[in-house]
Design a protein. Structure first.
Length: 199
């Protein structure tokens, strides 16, 4: 069943377009993941090349059960797939979503793409869906991800110990963050500032 609270949508700004992930994005996702061989990072969810189709099928199954809306991140000018991101752990009763399953081709990391995607997703969550809170979770060893989430202005909620399996079979601790609706105007202003200042 789809979730009436969060529906698949297309969002775009500043040359970046988020579109609902489909099997048509398989080769593009595979190419994006190959840019940096991202699946070799033990602390991320990037699919190995031969697992890309199964990765998309899992995302679509989660969408049909209402727990995740996955997006392909596209270059608006060329249509090239730059990566993937999602709303997940959707809890309509408390108007909460999390943002995750996020990764980008190595050549687009540390560019305006991630900041633009966060602006698009957070604007949709707080201003269209009227979320009370947006959350993030990341591996305790993914220090780059933790720093990026903290730069957004999200608050660290805590660490869930022994929470999930990594791809290499080790058990990870999960660091949880959140942003409340009352904090959004300041965070939005900061994201716009970061996007508008010269790089």
């Amino acid at each position: 069943m789809s979730n009436p609270f969060v529906q698949p949508v297309e969002l775009s700004a500043r040359g970046v377009r988020l579109v609902p992930l489909t099997l048509a994005h398989e080769s593009g996702l595979r190419t994006a993941a190959a840019d940096g061989e991202l699946w070799k990072l033990r602390i991320t969810s990037v699919p190995e090349p031969e697992q890309t189709r199964a990765y998309i099928e899992t995302a679509l199954a989660m969408r049909s059960e209402g727990s995740r809306i996955a997006f392909a991140v596209l270059d608006e000018a060329t249509g090239a797939v730059l990566g993937c991101t999602s709303f997940h752990d959707i809890v309509p009763a408390v108007r909460r979503v999390e943002i995750g399953y996020t990764w980008y081709a190595k050549s687009h990391q540390r560019s305006h793409v991630n900041t633009t995607c966060k602006l698009l997703l957070l604007t949709h969550a707080f201003e269209t869906l009227r979320c009370h809170v947006v959350g993030w979770r990341t591996d305790n060893f993914n220090f780059a991800s933790q720093a990026a989430i903290e730069r957004l202005g999200a608050k660290k909620d805590g660490v869930i110990r022994g929470h999930a399996l990594r791809r290499d079979g080790t058990i990870r601790d999960t660091v949880m963050y959140s942003l409340r609706s009352g904090e959004w105007p300041e965070v939005k202003a900061q994201l716009l500032y970061l996007l508008d200042k010269p790089r």
